[in-house]
Design a protein around this ligand. Structure first.
Ligand SMILES: Nc1ncnc2c1ncn2[C@@H]1O[C@H](COP(=O)(O)OP(=O)(O)OP(=O)(O)O)[C@@H](O)[C@H]1O
Ligand SMILES: [Mg+2]
Length: 316
């Protein structure tokens, strides 16, 4: 049986009667990197803030290592390391002094060697004696992760950890998160970029308008991508659908109007269907991929800013 480090049950946040997080449930296993994926404003930060008790829950439960957060706040918080939004530091103190200060405030006793250890892990050991005001954004991010890790939490929560990191920094973050997960730490990260999550996470949940609309492992979601929804504009959609049905019985199709239909096929199938229609004297005026499956829909929502990942929604 896999051990569940974090369990979130029916988490809900309503502000002025509007649910900005609506009945969200998921679990993060020991040693797993789990992603919260969704566009800006989806509710990712709000979910994280409720998990770490920065804001009240309207409804729902948060269970860490089998114990509910309610009533055992302090014990539970010592199990969690988190960065929510930008971590605050004393700018005129060195990275090392910042970590030392934080270590002294911790409920758990933190040996000095642990500071060196986390600094090494986030590849900041060379800059520990530099004042934080001289740090780049990426270095501050790393110091934040180091701080969150100081008390050896079993659950690390990072809200948009790659913000401000360059590709090299993102790669290193990925590597040390994996290293932590291999060592048994559970990691919850949020992002609005699918490509980033695909490389970083074992599983992810898609959050859209406060609701969890899909949970899957990377393997499943990649396998499902083989089939796509394709729209055709033709002279006679009904006749075209009949031709396709007789040649490829059981193919999933939907007639939209007199001249448009969609079909769920693999990539090679697009060409085959096109040829089939032309061989049967049908005029084809347009072909395009449409977002219809959850993955496609997710891509459409989240990949707009990503080069080469755009879904072409063709206006037929
Ligand atoms: N205190 C608040 N009062 C009113 N609305 C809020 C409050 N906090 C968050 N919201 C709204 O809730 C929604 C979710 O916000 P949240 O910050 O959780 O999104 P997010 O997924 O983290 O987005 P981003 O990717 O931009 O960080 C947004 O529409 C936001 O405007
Ligand atoms: Mg956010």
């Amino acid at each position: 049986m896999p051990q569940t480090t974090l369990e979130v049950k029916s988490l809900t946040k309503a502000i002025h009667g509007k649910k900005i997080v609506d009945d969200v449930s998921f679990g993060v296993q020991k040693g797993e990197i789990f992603g919260l994926l969704g566009p800006n404003g989806a509710g990712k930060t709000t979910i994280i803030r409720m998990i770490v008790s920065l804001i009240n829950r309207t409804q729902g439960e948060v269970i860490v290592n089998g114990s509910s957060l309610d009533g055992q706040y302090k014990e539970m918080m010592s199990e969690i390391g988190a960065i929510v939004e930008n971590p605050e530091f004393y700018k005129y103190m060195s990275g090392y002094k910042n970590l030392l200060h934080y270590a002294r405030m911790s409920v758990k006793k933190i040996p000095r060697e642990r500071i060196d250890e986390v600094a090494r892990l986030v590849k900041l050991e060379g800059a520990m004696n530099q004042k934080v005001k001289t740090y780049s954004l990426g270095m501050r991010q790393r110091l934040g992760v180091a701080q969150a890790l100081l008390h050896s939490p079993s659950l690390l929560i990072l809200d948009e950890p790659t913000n401000g990191l360059d590709p090299q920094g993102i790669r290193e973050l990925r590597d040390y998160l994996r290293q932590l997960a291999d060592g048994g730490v559970s990691v919850l990260v949020s992002s609005h970029l699918l490509s980033e999550m695909q490389l970083m996470c074992d599983r992810f949940a898609i959050i859209e308008k406060g609701k969890l609309i899909h949970i899957s492992s990377m393997k499943e979601s990649l396998a499902e991508e083989d089939l796509m929804n394709v729209a055709f504009e033709v002279s006679d959609a009904k006749a075209a659908a009949e031709v396709i049905e007789s040649s490829r019985p059981g193919t999933e199709m939907e007639i939209l109007d007199d001249t448009h239909f969609t079909i769920r096929i693999e990539r090679e199938g697009i060409n085959l269907v096109n040829r089939l229609l032309i061989q049967n004297d049908m005029d084809v005026y347009g072909i395009g991929r449409v977002a219809a499956t959850l993955e496609d829909r997710f891509l459409e929502i989240t990949s707009r800013s990503e080069e080469g990942k755009k879904i072409d929604l063709i206006n037929l």
